[in-house]
Design a protein around this ligand. Structure first.
Ligand code: G6P
Length: 367
């Protein structure tokens, strides 16, 4: 058991630490002669260029990877993109035409609702790409094309390295669509690809020093509820941070787009209430800081995930977790990692079984 865990106390921590490798492996061989290549998708640049609507369909953590992808697909490729949980998508009547691309994201490749959504979308004439971690899985077999997330087997029920592999794969897909639509020049694709590859090293740096994360976790471990907030990429990251925390520590957590705080969640905030904010440098940084101030003024215990070098944030937060500076498009990759460690540290402090949380299954093959 100890050998299987590679010297780590649990699989989750081992898998969190594998993430730099997952980033590198997912990107390996993807850039050739300056252009992005994803041959497995088996669609010509001309066919890709015709795509005029994208749905990302998934469940759980994979759905959160989709929320991140939406930002990139719309920003870079300028294609309208909706993200939907598979159990909703399959029971409504979404607008699907032959130029619709459905991207099904599933770590296990066998989630019942996601599979049903794939089948339904194909019957209605959509092209379906699968993003999965399991070679030859039903999602891979039933999609028109597949990108494998090179995470290798994930054992902890709470997904970490698979999630990061999904985010990186979806980032590649967004770049590919933008390239096919002529919205990103070859030189821009090359630059983005290089910066994306650099996130492997940045994640390594985050993993090398978790002191601030541990300290913040100890301060929050006895809370009965916590609120995660962010905007843009930070909103998507917040949803995943809250999910990770509730999955493994049984501490109630909710995530909100920070601008929504005043429409309800701020009523929860009183003395010592944990508010975890993604406050990295981005076009909406000032807006997030003003939300932090609102929370702080009501006594919240603020934990901020912030960009290295941002000393000003200390005035608005009780605990600051610094992460390396990256372009906003890649901030979900770096900002997610401290939240994984934060959730795990709280679960450990609360005496929970980190790898096998109660009531949850690694893959959900029934509806
Ligand atoms: C289960 C797992 C989650 C996962 C979700 C979707 O609930 O516990 O970690 O995110 O299923 O699974 P999939 O394999 O489709 O990504």
């Amino acid at each position: 058991d100890v050998a299987e865990k590679g010297g780590y106390p649990d699989f989750m921590l081992k898998e969190i630490h594998e993430q730099p490798r997952v980033i590198r492996d997912t990107l390996a061989g993807r850039l050739s002669a300056g252009a992005l290549e994803i041959d497995e998708l088996d669609l010509s640049p001309e066919e890709l260029d015709l795509i005029d609507r994208v749905y990302v369909i998934a469940c759980g953590t994979s759905y959160h990877a989709g929320l991140i992808a939406k930002n990139l697909i719309e920003a870079w490729a300028r294609i309208p993109c909706e993200v939907e949980v598979a159990s909703e998508f399959r029971y409504r009547n979404p607008i699907i035409t032959p130029t619709t691309l459905v991207v099904a994201v599933s770590q296990s490749g066998e989630t019942a609702d996601t599979l049903a959504a794939i089948r339904d979308a194909r019957v209605k004439g959509a092209k379906v790409f699968g993003i999965t971690n399991v070679v030859g899985s039903p999602v891979a077999r039933e999609s028109d094309g597949v990108i494998y997330t090179k995470a290798n087997k994930e054992i902890a029920v709470a997904s970490t390295k698979s999630f990061l592999g999904q985010v990186v794969s979806l980032t590649l897909l967004a770049m590919l669509l933008a390239q096919a639509k002529g919205k990103l020049k070859t030189s821009q694709v090359r630059l983005l690809f290089r910066e994306l590859a650099d996130t492997a090293e940045q994640v390594e740096r985050i993993l090398a020093d978790d002191a601030a994360i541990q300290e913040a976790a100890l301060a929050c471990k006895d809370a009965s509820s916590a609120l995660f907030i962010g905007r843009g990429m930070g909103a998507a990251v917040s949803y995943e941070g809250a999910l990770k925390l509730k999955e493994i520590s049984y501490l109630h957590a909710e995530a909100y787009a920070a601008g929504e705080m005043k429409h309800g969640p701020i009523a929860l905030v009183d003395e010592g209430f944990p508010v975890i904010a993604i406050a990295t440098k981005s076009p909406v940084y000032d807006k997030v800081v003003s939300n932090l101030q609102e929370a702080k003024a009501r006594g919240a215990m603020v934990v901020a995930v912030a960009t290295e070098g941002d000393e000003d944030i200390r005035a608005h937060a009780d605990h600051v977790i610094y992460i390396p500076k990256v372009r906003d498009a890649f901030s979900a990759i770096t900002a997610s990692v401290p939240l994984q460690l934060f959730a795990r540290a709280i679960a450990v402090a609360r005496g929970c079984d980190v790898d096998q949380p109660r009531n949850l299954a690694k893959s959900v093959t029934v509806e």
